[in-house]
Design a protein around this ligand. Structure first.
Ligand SMILES: COCCCN1C=C(N)c2cc(S(N)(=O)=O)sc2S1(=O)=O
Ligand SMILES: [Zn+2]
Length: 259
């Protein structure tokens, strides 16, 4: 009989069966309500420094498109902001919709953006990324919204690689990409304690969501939608709507770095 495509069997409503933490107290994403965030004058500006030479490869992992970095030195790292210590960049990836009216994981007063970039960093107080990934202060993910606007030249190099990693499991070398070209000009942010937004849903993430979006053209968004959840040879299953909807706040406070 027909095997349902992964995008149907692994949908968010099903995750709690295998990952009970899906109903946990600090799940992500959330709806950020600016009027309810509390300005914290003690929050420092983000200090992000990325070294393009640490960029290794680009991969279709069956959930998203991911660019992975060498994390054996401190040369691509996040410090300050809401965190203490130094967190190394491990990877970045995106979430997007089947159309321009949805796709982001976090929402802002109910507004969905067409996509969201996640830059994943791990706390170097732990020996490795995989050790850090499950600790309450193990990860810091910087989220950047994408909105529809003019073509973003800094996305072109990424999008050009998509043709070679169309299906699940495909990966290709990807060198000298500077992720800071994907950051907005203003690094004002909201921050709260949350989780990975896909299984294993570990409650290990200090979320840092930038207020200012970057742009992508509608044509560039369409390029994301040419990727597949499915592997070569399987029935093609378009990689779209790979976002988890907002989760209950359960008493958490969202802090703002700006007034
Ligand atoms: C040993 O590794 C275990 C966890 C590894 N990761 C798994 C995810 N599902 C995941 C989701 C992430 S997201 N969407 O919350 O940024 S980051 C991330 S991840 O940190 O790369
Ligand atoms: Zn993500």
């Amino acid at each position: 009989d027909v095997i349902p495509p992964a995008s149907k069997t692994l949908r968010p409503q099903k995750w709690v069966e295998n990952f009970p933490i899906a109903d946990g107290v600090r799940q992500s994403p959330i709806d950020i309500v600016p009027g309810q965030a509390s300005y914290d004058a003690g929050l420092k500006p983000l200090d992000l420094k990325y070294d393009p030479s640490t960029c290794l490869d680009i991969l279709n992992n069956g959930h998203s498109v991911q660019v992975t970095f060498a994390d054996d030195t401190d040369s691509s790292r996040l410090t300050d902001g809401p965190i203490s210590g130094l967190y190394r960049l491990k990877q970045f990836h995106f979430h997007w919709g089947a159309s321009d009216d949805k796709g982001s994981e976090h929402t802002v007063a109910g507004t969905k953006y067409p996509a969201e970039l996640h830059l994943v960093h791990w706390n170097t107080k732990y020996a490795s990324f995989s050790e850090a990934a499950s600790k309450p202060d193990g990860l810091a993910v910087v989220g950047v919204f994408l909105k529809i606007g003019g073509e973003n030249p800094n996305l072109q190099k990424l999008l050009k690689a998509f043709d070679t990693i169309k299906s699940k499991g495909k990966q290709t070398s990807f060198a000298n990409f500077d992720p800071s070209t994907l950051l907005p000009g203003c690094l004002d942010y909201w921050t709260y304690d949350g989780s990975l937004t896909t299984p294993p849903l570990y409650e290990s993430v200090t979320w840092i969501v930038c207020k200012e979006p970057i742009t992508a053209s509608s044509a560039q968004m369409a390029k994301f939608r040419t990727l597949l959840f499915s592997a070569d040879g399987a029935a093609p299953d378009c990689m779209v709507n790979n976002y988890r909807p907002p989760q209950p706040l359960k008493g958490r406070t969202v802090r703002a770095s700006f007034k």
